[in-house]
Unconditional design. Sequence first.
Length: 157
Amino acid sequence: MTLALGATAPDFEAETTEGPIKFHEWIGDSWAVLFSHPKSFTPVCTTELGYMARIEPEFERRGVKIIAISVDPVAANEGWSKDIEETQGFAPNYPIISDSDLKVAKLFEMLPAEIEGGSEGRTAADNQTVRNVFVIGPDKKIKLILVYPMTTGRNFD
């Protein structure tokens, strides 16, 4: 499957920092922004998650849910959330998907399907293609795909 504008976003079940979700059910009748990160505790990603926590009320005001993904286990992402709050002044007030089996990264074509194993032992450089933003409509169709290299931060304004 090749993801493209207008394609149905992959549905999945995953553990998050706010408990288990079924993605399409979680979206419900809202718009959603899914933004991805190659590893917990990476410096640029830490600033992005903190900034998104700060501006999340603006998304909520517009009926848009935000959700992040990191290829680390829940415990790592929970620890990262505390670090984000300490270093950025805002704790994530949205779920962070824990994709330690890389299932979601592969579903969204951020990593090749043939990569074996999970996130353990993989570095941010190994996962550098897990730097995407997907905007998904209430109809579960992909409306926007942005892909960034690790050297580029995102400006969510």
